[in-house]
Write a protein that binds this ligand. Structure first.
Ligand SMILES: *Cc1c(COP(=O)(O)O)cnc(C)c1O
Length: 364
């Protein structure tokens, strides 16, 4: 079989979750498994984490239903709430928690009769300006939700950060302050439960830890920060994107490699070909020079990424032959490094891994 595959280390996943939870011992830590668990396979990831986590989060009810069909029983927060009224009864019946942010959603919730109570969280816009009720409307929406007999109390107040990965940017402190002030304005005696922290905030902004934290990316083992960070650097990569060399050739000085002849040998060069390309989730925009590990040695991409193949300059490496193991990213080559070379972020590379690539799950 084609040797390209993603090995998914479920023990590393669980260790990362335990690290996340241990950093915020006063909080409940849900596991965000949206977008097919950031490309790792939502069902397998949720099954591995279910004994550890109090709840999951996904983007929408389609993703949540896939988990229910697979037998996942824990509550599932829908980060984008609901889009049509018929999803409200579906949510109540399936214990999906709804994150709501506007008056249409709150009114729809108020007028839907339900046989079972429903959990709804209110999202407040503290500065991201993408989703969330403006601070000025938040209290009215909160009171409306509170008046619904079929909504569980207390209602969690949530917000999302724009710059939590920038530890020297005071925008996050301002967002935290705004949400805390908002919660205080609701009731100065019993502040409602809060939920703010994504991965970078869980790691880097302890003041943001609330009743519920919502880490995603860090569970998959990469740092959300550009720079070294003591806790983030303990995370273990969950996905190892692997393949093998299937062809080796000598390319004389002056000859070119690949589509568009974009790479030219400046000396007699040894080129190794690997059966992985943008059809397998390797980024087409990765330029010549992007690092790839071959038999534990650092090689460089040479020429354009094709749909099914890449070519590597292995001239300086020793012992490279057909069958030599290749790591595109994983435990020895951080996905963030490949992402940086390709002008994107690790989040995108993991999340866009296509179904074509075989995923192999490993655990002790
Ligand atoms: C995706 C998402 C998260 C998780 O963010 P990470 O940076 O992956 O930890 C948390 N909250 C919301 C609202 C999200 O959309």
């Amino acid at each position: 079989m084609r040797p390209s595959q993603a090995i998914i280390d479920l023990d590393a996943l669980r260790a990362n979750y335990r690290l996340a939870a241990s950093l915020a011992p006063q909080s409940q830590t849900m596991a965000v498994v949206k977008a097919n668990a950031y490309g790792h396979g939502a069902v397998a990831v949720a099954r591995a984490l279910e004994p550890l986590v109090p709840a999951f989060a996904v983007a929408c009810s389609e993703e949540a239903l896939d988990l229910r069909s697979a037998g996942i029983a824990k509550p599932i927060l829908l980060l984008e709430g609901f889009f049509s009224q018929d999803e409200i009864a579906l949510a109540a019946a399936n214990n999906f928690w709804l994150l709501v942010e506007n008056e249409h959603q709150v009114e729809a919730l108020a007028k839907t009769a339900l046989p079972t109570p429903l959990t709804a969280w209110l999202k407040i816009d503290t500065g991201m300006h993408r989703l969330g009720a403006p601070l000025s409307q938040g209290i009215r929406l909160y009171e409306q939700l509170r008046a619904c007999g079929h909504i569980r109390q207390p209602i969690v107040i949530a917000s999302h950060f724009a710059c939590a990965d920038e530890l020297d940017n005071d925008c996050t402190a301002r967002q935290i302050q705004r949400l805390k002030q908002f919660a205080h304005s609701i009731s100065s005696t019993t502040t409602p439960p809060l939920s703010m922290a994504n991965s970078p905030a869980l790691l880097g902004w302890p003041e943001s830890h609330g009743a519920w934290n919502r880490p995603g990316f860090m569970l998959y083992g990469s740092s959300p920060f550009a720079d070294a960070h003591p806790a983030a650097d303990q995370l273990q990569a969950v996905m190892s994107f692997q393949s093998q060399v299937i062809s080796v050739r000598t390319v004389p000085c002056g000859e070119t490699v690949g589509y568009g002849n974009t790479w030219r040998a400046t000396r007699d060069s040894i080129i190794a070909t690997v059966p992985v390309g943008y059809g397998d989730g390797y980024p087409r925009h990765a330029p010549s020079g992007t690092p790839v590990l071959v038999a534990g040695q650092m090689a460089m991409l040479a020429g354009r990424v094709s749909m099914d193949l890449i070519t590597l300059d292995v001239t300086n490496l020793s012992g490279i032959a057909i069958g030599s193991p290749v790591e595109l990213w994983g435990k020895n080559l951080p996905v963030n490094s490949v992402a940086a070379a390709a002008g994107t972020i690790g989040y995108e590379l993991l999340t866009r891994m296509p179904g074509r690539l075989r995923r192999i799950y490993r655990a002790e």
